[in-house]
Ligand binder design. Structure first.
Ligand code: FCB
Length: 446
């Protein structure tokens, strides 16, 4: 592999999300979110782990930001906990605003660019009790939340991400039941997806109307869908899976329509699309300033008529696998970026998450995570290749700054470039963190 130089101004960042790191579950007026409730249901989350303490970042944000700076990151992507800002319906909590305002101040002290995700899955329980994302009214609640954030931080945040991974927040949460609130109903799941996308459109419109001049966009999780063989049947199965995973979100955002084949598939499962109102898709496809994508792995699909939903089954890939059992497949990132450029958008693309979990060990105070370094090296090469060919990749945020609460896997999976000892809350940068620092200094990878 040849050396790949990244363009000047390429944004190097690292990412986290509120529920995964903050802890302080009931501090300063915060009320529960759907994950607090979900984690308490036996069998839903590994060993019923929850975010009560997590990485204790709420109390340690200063030392964490100092470390982010020492590791050489120019940008930090974090999310804002909705139940800290609106712990109850219509009740704004000044303590919540204060926490994020201090956090942003601290980032500025080190010249780190803050990138804010408005919604990274911690839906307040009070919103959920009114139906959560299945209820169109939640779009209004989200607007109120976003309006408050813009009012307080609109001028200070150069990069706003309305939503993180709508696929997970809707299909995985209301359809497959794997994430909070753990429902298994495709009518709910498709309505949730629609309302999430609609709330994205509303937030972008509001941001524009209020005249803010920075950037706003959305982050989609895209998974490359690869047919198991070249047969027509397998290719069709991969295409169906692509509709369900990728096109269901890319098409409305960029083309103002849902993919027809996937709509038909949902209709066969008795989904009715009455929740789509006139004008919704125009709003959902309102132009953004960038697209964020989170990329981890590919899905190899073979045709399987016994599967009554997508008519497909996943096949384990031949490559090496991470601790999540996800195949390392950097070509998929390159292919997705190229497809986005060719078929969807000219907008700058940020890789807002990319990374790998491994069963890291501290040996004599050192975490030698060679496999993670290799993972980053391969994926950064894929990004570099895309840029070399004229693609507009504007930045890369590794997931994650530190080990944290990996949703249904609790604390059992370590994605960090910083090791967290959950007993003592000690942070130990892994070798991958130092490797990334070197890459960032050179702004190149060899
Ligand atoms: C993504 C999530 C992020 C983290 C990584 C591993 O789906 O956005 O919070 O859990 O996966």
């Amino acid at each position: 592999m040849s050396e790949k130089q990244f363009p000047p101004g390429f944004i190097w960042g690292t990412a986290t999300a509120a529920y995964q790191i903050e802890g302080a579950g009931s501090a300063d007026g915060r009320t529960p979110c759907i994950w607090d409730e979900f984690a308490a249901i036996p069998g839903k989350v590994y060993e019923a782990h929850n975010g009560d303490v997590a990485c204790d970042h709420y109390y340690r944000y200063k030392e964490d930001i100092k470390l982010i700076a020492e590791l050489g990151f120019k940008a930090y992507r974090f999310s804002i906990a909705w139940p800290r800002i609106f712990p109850e319906k219509g009740k704004l909590n000044p303590k919540g605003i204060e926490f994020y305002s201090n956090l942003i101040k601290e980032l500025k002290k080190y010249n780190i660019v803050p990138s804010v995700t408005i919604y990274h899955w911690d839906l307040p329980l009070w919103v959920h009790e009114e139906g959560g994302w299945t209820n169109r009214q939640t779009v209004e609640y989200f607007k109120q939340f976003a309006a408050v954030l813009f009012e307080h931080f609109g001028e200070e945040i150069p990069m706003w991400i309305t939503h993180n991974e709508p696929w997970c927040a809707s299909f995985l949460s209301y359809g497959l039941g794997v994430h909070a609130p753990g429902h298994t109903d495709w009518q709910e799941a498709t309505a949730a997806a629609h309302h999430i996308l609609l709330s994205h459109g509303e937030a972008v419109r509001m941001y524009r109307e209020k005249g803010y001049k920075h950037q706003i966009g959305i982050t989609l999780n895209l998974t490359y869908q690869d047919p198991a063989t070249d047969s027509e049947d397998d290719r069709m199965a991969a295409w169906r899976s692509d509709g369900f995973t990728n096109r269901w979100f890319m098409d409305p955002v960029f083309k103002g329509r849902y993919p027809e084949d996937t709509m038909e598939m949902f209709k066969k499962h008795n989904v009715s699309f009455e929740f789509i109102h006139e004008g919704d898709l125009e709003l959902i496809s309102i132009p953004c300033d960038f697209l964020g994508i989170n990329y981890y792995t590919r899905n190899i699909v073979r045709n399987n008529p016994e599967d009554l939903f997508l008519g497909g089954a996943s096949v384990r890939g031949p490559g090496s696998h991470t601790d999540m059992d996800w195949e390392v497949y950097p070509e998929g990132l390159y292919d997705l970026l190229t497809r986005l450029k060719d078929e969807y958008t000219d907008l700058p693309i940020y890789i807002t998450e990319n990374g790998a979990a491994y069963a890291d060990q501290v040996v004599n105070g050192v975490v030698n995570d060679e496999e993670r370094i290799e993972y980053f090296r391969l994926h950064l090469n894929a990004v570099g290749k895309f840029i070399e060919e004229g693609g507009k990749a504007a930045g890369y945020f590794c997931w994650s700054f530190m080990d944290n609460y990996e949703w249904a896997f609790g604390y059992s999976k370590r994605f960090g470039i910083t090791y967290v000892d959950y007993e003592t809350q000690e942070r130990i940068p892994k070798q991958s963190a130092y490797w990334l620092r070197y890459v960032m200094t050179k702004n190149a990878i060899s």
